[in-house]
Design a protein around this ligand. Structure first.
Ligand SMILES: NC(=O)c1ccc[n+]([C@@H]2O[C@H](COP(=O)([O-])OP(=O)(O)OC[C@H]3O[C@@H](n4cnc5c(N)ncnc54)[C@H](OP(=O)(O)O)[C@@H]3O)[C@@H](O)[C@H]2O)c1
Length: 266
């Protein structure tokens, strides 16, 4: 696979670094197109990939074009890109809220993939969900899997609606966990731990619980039941959450996130 990345900011830069670290694609097979000279030079020096400032005919010698600019730059970037695209190009977008229909119209291209990554992609621990149009063949799908598995894990969705659903779960999910972490850190502070201790207690608890869950491959209810003995401390807190409908409120929050993702999709 030869890959052109348009936009070497937070997400494009992270994907580039993760892909090279996985050694799935050599740097000479990657072109980074980034308008900001400082970012371009920094990533070019760090990776040894080809770089340039503007979209031009060079994209024609790459198989896959990854769009990683802000959604508000998408129209201008797609207009520039459209003139250089070949029918065999696969165009992959991580741009939030830009639908395949919008891309199809702007690019005049049918081999399109929409991806929802999340913020842990920045440390190659991301969870990405992608949906590819029917015209993308097996080889194109494999390229997308190589790309986003190098950034953590990825899942292929059966329809485009699942991208909005994934936005509400894995896309926004880190934000929900940070919110829960905030409440735990505040509680730890109130119970006498200093900020550093409180953050360590919460961080290591999240990390250990996730690793345990991954190692056991069971439903979270099973683990929750295992740690909530009758008359114990965990159950005292969980009973309180239940009496306040915290579980229902969390699920309603995710439904709202899904609705918002649909509203923002154009
Ligand atoms: N960050 C996340 O956690 C996250 C999660 C999911 C999805 N996404 C999606 O990822 C996309 C990128 O987000 P980001 O946070 O990485 O944005 P970002 O840091 O602003 O990166 C975008 C880069 O693209 C450059 N650029 C703009 N127009 C260009 C052009 N015509 N040619 C070449 N380069 C161009 C920008 O340069 P200038 O600064 O000079 O304009 C900037 O360096 C967004 O669409 C967002 O929805 C991000």
């Amino acid at each position: 696979m030869r890959l052109a990345i348009i936009g070497g900011g937070n997400m494009g830069g992270a994907i580039l670094l993760a892909l090279l670290k996985s050694a799935a694609v050599p740097p000479e097979d990657i072109l980074l197109i980034e308008s900001d000279g400082e970012k371009r030079q920094k990533l070019g020096n760090a990776t040894g990939c080809n770089t340039q400032a503007e979209i031009d005919e060079a994209v024609r010698s790459y198989d896959l074009v990854l769009l990683a600019v802000k959604p508000q730059s998408s129209s201008a970037v797609m207009e520039l890109l459209a003139q250089w695209l070949l029918p065999e190009h696969v165009v992959v977008s991580v741009m939030a809220g830009i639908s395949l229909q919008t891309m199809r119209r702007a690019l005049g291209q049918t081999k399109l993939v929409r991806v929802m990554p999340n913020i842990p992609t920045l440390i190659a621990e991301g969870m990405s969900v992608f949906f590819a149009s029917d015209e993308v063949g097996n080889e194109g799908r494999e390229w997308v899997k190589i790309l986003f598995n190098s950034c953590g894990s990825c899942l292929e969705a059966k329809n485009e609606d699942a991208i909005d659903a994934a936005t509400a779960i894995s896309g926004s999910g880190p934000g929900y966990l940070f919110y829960f972490a905030e409440q735990m850190v505040s509680s730890a502070n109130a119970l006498g731990f200093n900020e550093e201790e409180a953050q360590a207690l919460v961080q290591k608890t999240f990390r250990g619980a996730t690793l345990l869950w991954e190692s056991q491959q069971v439903a979270p209810e099973t683990l929750r039941q295992q740690v909530s003995s009758p008359g114990g401390t965990t159950l005292a807190a969980l009973n309180h959450f239940q009496s306040k409908n915290v579980g229902e409120s969390i699920q309603e929050g995710m439904r709202q996130a899904y609705r918002r993702a649909k509203e923002l999709s154009s």
